[in-house]
Design a protein around this ligand. Structure first.
Ligand SMILES: Cc1cc2nc3c(=O)[nH]c(=O)nc-3n(C[C@H](O)[C@H](O)[C@H](O)COP(=O)(O)O)c2cc1C
Length: 198
């Protein structure tokens, strides 16, 4: 297994996938990483729907929105759609608000865990929750928070220096470029505004 730090640094959102199935035991293992994530007051309001059935995948796909800045260029191409999803549910009987931190921790666990298996992912918050609830037969006392799309990567996005705009872009070879703010622009040493010389 690769070092955790290297995985964190090399992780990029993937939106083009190879048509190769992910074994269900791996998907279950990923949901387990979500289960074990930190949880405020240890309330554990989250549950996970694993989707791997091709028919359910086909029904879910139209209700997901990809890469808004470059729409439609970021959409998975036909034949490069995700091969699995993990839908993050909130049991509103346990928590109605303030669960977003738990979701963040669980999602990142799942995303990094997937990467250890060579599996790419896209965390999607831009989803049609009503349609998905219907398709997945989610009870009324559960909320869909977000969806993690999964599959073996068919693209290799690269990080760029931030030049004033957060907008990612695709070049003529269809490589996705993702601007990130510089370390020195986001870190302060002891007092706000004090920078670290490197
Ligand atoms: C909470 C959250 C919601 C997101 N929702 C979407 C989404 O609905 N659709 C999408 O294509 N990407 C979505 N993304 C992926 C971001 O666009 C992506 O993380 C960002 O462009 C930075 O790229 P990187 O993940 O490769 O660092 C989401 C990311 C986060 C953290």
């Amino acid at each position: 297994m690769e070092e955790l730090l290297e995985l964190i640094k090399k992780r990029r959102t993937i939106r083009q996938f190879r048509p190769e199935e992910i074994p269900v035991n791996i998907l279950l293992e990923l949901a387990d990483l979500g289960r074990l994530a930190p949880s405020a007051a240890n309330l554990q309001p989250l549950e996970f729907v694993i989707i791997q059935d091709p028919e359910v995948r086909r029904q879910v796909f139209p209700w997901l929105r990809w890469a808004a800045y470059i729409n439609p260029a970021g959409n998975p191409k036909p034949g490069q759609e995700p091969v699995a999803y993990i839908v993050i549910l909130v049991n509103t009987g346990i928590r109605q608000k303030g669960y977003e931190y738990d979701v963040g921790a669980a999602a990142e666990n799942i995303i990094l865990g997937a990467l250890t298996q060579g599996i790419g992912s896209c965390w999607l918050i831009s989803v049609d929750r009503d349609r998905l609830k219907n398709i997945l037969e989610i009870p009324d006392d559960y909320k869909i928070d977000s969806v993690i799309a999964l599959g073996y990567p068919a693209e290799s996005p690269v990080v760029e220096n931030f030049q004033g705009s957060p907008k990612y872009w695709k070049d003529e070879k269809e490589t996705l470029h993702v601007p990130k703010r510089k370390l020195n622009d986001v870190v302060h040493l002891n007092r706000f505004g004090q920078r670290i010389e490197r």
